[in-house]
Unconditional design. Sequence first.
Lengths: 83, 178
Amino acid sequence: MAESADHITCMEVVELVNDYLERTLPPDEVTVFEQHLNFCDGCDLYVEQLKRTVETVGEIREDDVPAEAKERLLSAFRDWKRS
Amino acid sequence: MIAYKFLRDDATGVFTGFAWPLPGDGPGAWVEARVEQCRSGIHACRTADLPLWAGRRLYEIELDGDIVEAPTKVVASRGRLVRRLDGWDGLRGEYTRMCADRAHDLALGASPPLAQWDAVVEPSIPEGPALLGFVAARIAEEISGLDAYHAERRRQADWLAERLDLHQNPPPGQGAPA
């Protein structure tokens, strides 16, 4: 996983963040992950923003999305898949 | 067991956001949670763990019930804040400076000197004690390996325990005194 069992880099935080937020990281990796957040303001902010995004998106039901926005999103995803 | 806990400025948990019952005339109310390392339970520091989790406010915490000692933390099923360690408020900047000076000494004392590592020290100071402690330990590791990283962490913990006059917990893995 990491350059060391005792600390991780910002890049490794990015790699592990999904597992951290989904609570699937093993305890020893959670420990070094949180130690990194404790001293790295940039990563702490990054994880906090992701956490809020996940919480917000989790509250939105399909019916909540206006038809126009839904069409724009679907169009963007179609273009992205083609590119 | 007496241990230590860092909280945010608003006395909430750093990673959970939990609003801790604060001590007043006596200790704060007991908080209980199932023990599951990094997921549930009262997480706290022994003296040796303090540099790894350095934060804004520091409290002495009494732990009780099931207590699990992990390599860099201790987790219990019950805990209550006993008192705020106000000394940390005034010491935070001094500790940060000590770690910065140590990082400079290590980086510039290496052969050849680690100029690129040294250059990150001063710009890191505004980010506080946890980062500077890490920087100093990481430079020690770069020079002499992982044992030097741990030795630097122990040095930082001893510095804090002495100046804050803390109850010295036994080193991780050696259990509580009889």
